[in-house]
Design a protein around this ligand. Sequence first.
Ligand code: 3PG
Ligand code: MG
Length: 402
Amino acid sequence: MRSTGDLDVRGRVVLLRADLNVPLDGTQITDDGRIRASLPTITKLAGRGARVLVCAHLGRPEGASYAERAAGGPSVEPVSRRLAELLGSDVTLAADVAGPSAAAAAAGLADGQVGLLQNVRFEPAETSKDDAQRAELARRLAGLAELYVGDGFGAMHRKHASVYDVPGLLPHAAGELVIAEIAVLRMLTGKPERPYVVVLGGAKPSDKLAVISSLLDIADRLLIGGGMSYTFLAAKGYEVGNSLLEAGQIPQVSAVLEEAAKRGVEIVLPVDLVAATRYAPDAEHDVVPVTSFPADREGVDIGPATRELFATELADAKTVFWNGPVGVFEFPAFATGTRAVAEAIKAVHGLTVIGGGDSAAAVRQLGFSPGDFSHISTGGGASLEYLEGRRLPGLDALDGTA
Ligand code: 3PG
Ligand code: MG
């Protein structure tokens, strides 16, 4: 994989695919970690006299046409404002993705200047499964620039036009963030020091079952909390009330539990939960053992006995990977479990990697600093798929093997 140092960028328009997919509350950015993580490549390229045209997605716009999606948003306008603040220089925001405004923005960039295209997912072709549709958009995007740099690590697992197809059309290189992320993930897939403990939370087991199966090959212990734990608890026959449940996944989850038992990999599930009357920051709530979960409540956090259990299971770890909060950390009343997991990981002497937009946002929001962990990854799905041993389309494209 070539790095940006291999490209002669001065005076040339570089299309930089970044992952600036930040959490928003309306138009307010609640965690700018991904923008910050993209700065090194942007500033280095700009410092070398490149005309940096940034391409990024934000959220998952809905609608059949460009017009519908653009009307529904989200616009990357708040991202361009924050990027300009962090860079300390103007960022030209194009009003479209690969149309006349984008072309004008590209043409108007001076050496060292930075521009941002509108949300690339306003173009329905960006995420299309149809190769020809993606290719058409890729040609328009490539037409804006002379060089391509792939630095959107968090989106590298997506076979999308701006991630997968454009690099084939322009001389390309990997950005600093991608190279740094891969270096850390390689340590996790190589010979990690043991015990290797993986903490998995977040919403959907269906997204993560494949990775759990392959983690059984490499991890010594899996601690499962948060939204996905309810399907595991249900698979063990426990009542989970109104908690997030993917009932259709119960057979697969049971198979994973059996396989883990066979291989001697410990799967540690919550023993108590915070059960709330509804999904709201001020909902009434109690701690209950998983053996007697009320049918009219929903799980919103792990309980104190589970916090202690997870901390004990992490205490002797030499390698830790954590993806997904173990509770609704966005609501302060239900952030205790996620905070406790972060504390326990912070106390580990070894390689500690926090993976994923949500977990990364959670640790920052809860006041932890980057130095508390070995690495905070900007990629959730991307890092999980890498750990699973899957090839990431975006990386393949940069390798030239796509
Ligand atoms: C992410 O937030 O996980 C990445 O930016 C990719 O976004 P996506 O999950 O909507 O494809
Ligand atoms: Mg995602």
